[in-house]
Design a protein around this ligand. Structure first.
Ligand SMILES: [Zn+2]
Length: 357
């Protein structure tokens, strides 16, 4: 049995401690013969609350490519991942001690021809509840709906399904013990989802004050994927000639994004960090999302907590590094709360008690 020693301020409280790792777990009782590995700022394992493992630009990729994505995330310090929908069955990653801990939502569920090609399980309203039941059984406790997308007939963003179909599907997921989250860019899909008891909203650029109040009261989380929102001007440009209403909507949502997300933050909605890695966005950039959240106006403590201790707690893991907790943490040479760009350079990444990077 080898014992490892790490030393330095342990976030979130910043108390300077000697942290020992024995048998994959944290202990503060000094074991015999502990080998010092690193000194620095010790942060509970980072969390990417919205990315896609096994998803490439054209849909599913190979297991080897998915593994490479997971290693990029891990080496950037993301040791717990909530996969927000993947066409590839990545359940095999659960058997891999060297890959991040994974909470999968199964496949995206979208309306027929109303999402990116080859990404989702595409269904009609009458089939939605059955699809949700299927993905609830396949996933790790979450189901991902594509809440809205461009309707080519309507020429603008539109809810993917009628509110009643969404409500029934959310009830079915909950009956299967799964939580539900949904991709939502626009406004119109949100009232029905929030009323129906959805657990989380992804992106959320269409939120208004009344909906924000309702989310805060009901404890619905928001993963704003701030970096992803920077692609809205490209979507607006691509749609300008054929779908001018859609183009104007995306331009407007983009212009209001900071005010919208900060209104949710200020109202007490819990926000978590998601990179939206996979598809066209790269993996291994949780630092970029934390910085993007801080640039909107959140404190460094809030933004880092959204990708570490608060997110871990939300997803059912140890928030901080307590006695006996799983030894998942990242060591930095400098204080990330004083300068978030420190997050781009983990000095050591420890996963399940093993130094993996
Ligand atoms: Zn996504």
């Amino acid at each position: 049995m080898t014992a490892l020693r790490f030393s330095g301020p342990v976030l979130p409280d910043g108390q300077v401690r000697d942290v020992y790792v024995v048998d994959g777990r944290i202990t503060y009782e000094r074991p015999l013969g502990a080998e010092t590995v690193a000194e620095g700022w010790i942060v509970p394992g980072l969390v990417d609350a919205h990315c896609h493992l096994g998803l490439g630009e054209g849909g599913a990729i190979t297991d080897e490519e998915a593994e490479a994505q997971a290693i990029l995330d891990r080496d950037a310090g993301a040791l717990l991942i909530r996969d927000a929908g993947s066409p590839l069955d990545t359940s095999w990653m659960h058997e891999r001690a060297d890959l991040p801990r994974l909470i999968r939502a199964g496949r995206h569920i979208a309306r027929t021809k109303r999402y990116l090609r080859n990404y989702a399980d595409e269904v009609e309203p009458a089939e939605l509840s059955a699809a949700v039941a299927r993905e609830a059984l396949r996933g790790d406790g979450w189901v991902k709906l594509v809440g809205d997308w461009i309707s080519r007939e309507g020429g603008d963003l539109a809810p993917s399904f009628p509110a009643e179909a969404f409500a029934k599907a959310i009830a079915v997921a909950h009956a299967h013990g799964a939580k539900v989250t949904a991709h939502c860019f626009g406004h119109d899909v949100l009232p029905g989802l929030i009323d129906a008891g959805i657990d989380c909203i992804e992106h959320g650029t269409g939120l208004t004050d009344d909906l924000i109040e309702s989310m805060a009261a009901r404890g619905v989380a928001l993963v704003p994927t701030v970096m992803q929102l920077d692609k809205f001007p490209d979507y607006a440009e691509a749609g300008r000639a054929k779908f001018p209403d859609y183009s104007a909507t995306m331009t407007d949502l983009y212009a209001r994004r900071r005010a919208t997300i900060m209104a949710a933050h200020d109202a007490g909605v819990a926000l978590y960090a998601g990179t939206d890695g996979g598809g066209i966005a790269r993996h291994g950039n949780i630092a970029g999302e934390v910085i993007a959240m801080a640039e909107l106006g959140m404190s460094a403590d809030y933004a880092l907590g959204a990708a570490s201790w608060r997110a871990r707690d939300w997803l059912g893991w140890n928030a901080g590094l307590g006695e006996g907790d799983p030894a998942d943490f990242v060591v930095f040479d400098a204080d990330p709360l004083a300068d978030l760009s420190v997050l781009y350079r983990p000095a050591r990444v420890v996963l399940r008690g093993t130094v993996v990077a």
